[in-house]
Structures are given as C-alpha cells and as structure tokens.
Design a protein around this ligand. Structure first.
Ligand SMILES: Nc1ncnc2c1ncn2[C@@H]1O[C@H](COP(=O)(O)OP(=O)(O)O)[C@@H](O)[C@H]1O
Ligand SMILES: [Mg+2]
Length: 253
C-alpha cells in the first residue's frame, strides 16, 4: 500500500519559541480512510495539517505524499495544494471574498482553471455542500453552519484527494454537524482521504476508521478506533481517559 502521507521524524519550531511544535513526528497515514486526529490544544494538530499541504516546511525530517518526498518548488506546491485541501478551524480565516460564489471560485481560479471549468466546479461543490441557494450572499451574513459548508465547498471545488478538516465541528450546532458528516461521507465514498481534528469521542467511535493521537508534537498512538478505545494504558498516557471517564468504552471491531 502507498500511504497518503508518511512523516519521518519531522521537527518544527515556530520563530522565537523555545518549544518545538512538532518534535520528531513519525506517522504513516493510510489512504482512503476517515481519520480522527486527536490531541489536546497545543499538541500540534494544526501544525501537522499545515505541513501536509506545504504551508509549513519541516526544519528537520521528511514528508512523503503518495510515496514521494514533498517538493517545495512553486509549481509542485501548487499541485500539492490542489490535491490536499484544508478547511481551517475558524471559517472566518477561510472566507474573505465579498460573496459566497466568489469565495468558492477563488481556489479553482487561483489554480489556473478556465472560467467555464471554474463555474462547473463551483456548481458541483456548492451542490454537494448544500449552499447553491447562498451563492449570491455576502460571506459575512451567514450562520456558523453555513460558513462551515461554504468553507468546505471552497476546498472541494479544487477536487482534492485528501481533505484536512481542522476542528471544523467545534463552532457549529449538532444539526449543522449532521450536514457536514453527510458531505464527508460522500467524499469518503468517492475515495477521498479525510483527516478530521476533533475531541469528540462519538466521532472516534462511530465515524473514524483510523485514529492518530498527538501529544506534545509527537504521535502517541495510531491505529483503529477499537485498538485505541481498548487500550487503557494509551488512554491514560494521552489523558483521553480524563475526558472520556464517564462513558462506556465498549466498541465493535
Ligand atoms: N502561528 C504560531 N506562532 C507561534 N506558535 C504557534 C503558532 N501556531 C501554533 N503555535 C504553537 O505551536 C504549538 C502547537 O500548536 P498547534 O499546532 O496549533 O496545536 P493544536 O492545533 O493541536 O492546538 C503550540 O505550542 C502553539 O502555541
Ligand atoms: Mg489547532
């Protein structure tokens, strides 16, 4: 199997900070899975995502995408960002155009697609994300759930093979989450590799097919949800047992 991503001993420190954000992160991400990315605030989840699409570059170590080392040449980065899309934690960081339609068009236009091709991609992505009726709306006049779906549409208009969703669920209500899970399921059925940063046990138990847990810039666990939920020593060591103490941990294989 060719992994979607392979990180080998990746280290990264933000300017001026003494602590590393990624401190020798080694992990292999299987393709075509629904992957929950766990870890408390500051454990490195967002920094990990930013390395996956080349927005940040390792200061040490190596990243492979589809078996090949990442190249940071301009044209290669463009290609990478077309294939690996990020939905940021805060949709307001993502949405900056005046209208929803302009916002969703931004990615494809920026990647050099013709206006006809862009239009078609926007139409399809908007339909998938249920935002067709919002295309002429100003982006600031949307609800949280609508913003999340518009942010997703903007990324999906580039038809990425990997979707990185950074704590996308934290700012939206449970009904809006259902919409997001419907979209993610459609993408999964098409073969998209999905990484979702979350703290939600039900996501791990009922949605994820694979889980990685970050702790202090390293991987504390990678494996199936069942392997994680049955491993009390990992749950203790990662402090997940502290937030999941009151739930029944039985899980089907
Ligand atoms: N833009 C930034 N500048 C400086 N330090 C940062 C920045 N983003 C994150 N960090 C630091 O890097 C570490 C990892 O953060 P982050 O990747 O955001 O973790 P998570 O997404 O799991 O909360 C934290 O110590 C955080 O304070
Ligand atoms: Mg984060």
């Amino acid at each position: 199997m060719t992994f979607a991503f392979e990180f080998s001993n990746v280290q990264f420190r933000y300017d001026g900070l003494s602590d590393c954000a990624l401190c020798g992160l080694t992990v292999a991400i299987p393709p075509g899975e629904k992957i929950a990315v766990l870890g408390r605030n500051g454990s490195g989840k967002s920094t990990f995502f930013l390395h996956c699409n080349g927005l940040l570059r390792p200061q040490y170590g190596e990243i492979r995408f589809g078996g090949k080392p990442l190249s940071y040449a301009r044209a290669d980065l463009r290609q990478l960002r077309r294939r690996v899309g990020i939905v940021f934690q805060n949709p307001d960081d993502q949405l900056f155009s005046a209208s929803v339609g302009q916002d969703i068009s931004f990615g494809p236009l920026n990647l050099g697609f013709s206006s006809a091709e862009t239009e078609e991609r926007v139409r399809q992505a908007a339909e998938l994300c249920g935002v067709t009726h919002l295309l002429d709306r100003p982006t600031h006049a949307l609800s949280g759930g609508e913003k999340a779906r518009v942010a997703m549409a903007g990324v999906l208009a580039m038809e990425p093979s990997v979707l990185l969703a950074d704590e996308l669920l934290s700012a939206i209500d449970p009904w809006a989450r259902l919409d997001i899970f419907d979209i993610l399921q459609t993408l999964y059925d098409r073969g998209t590799t999905i990484l979702l940063a979350t703290h939600d046990l039900s996501v791990v138990r009922y949605w994820a097919t694979y889980v990685i847990v970050l702790q202090k810039g390293k991987i504390a666990f990678s494996g199936t949800p069942a392997q994680l939920l049955q491993n009390s020593s990992v749950l203790e060591a990662t402090e997940l047992s502290k937030i999941w103490w009151n739930v029944d941990m039985t899980v089907e294989e």
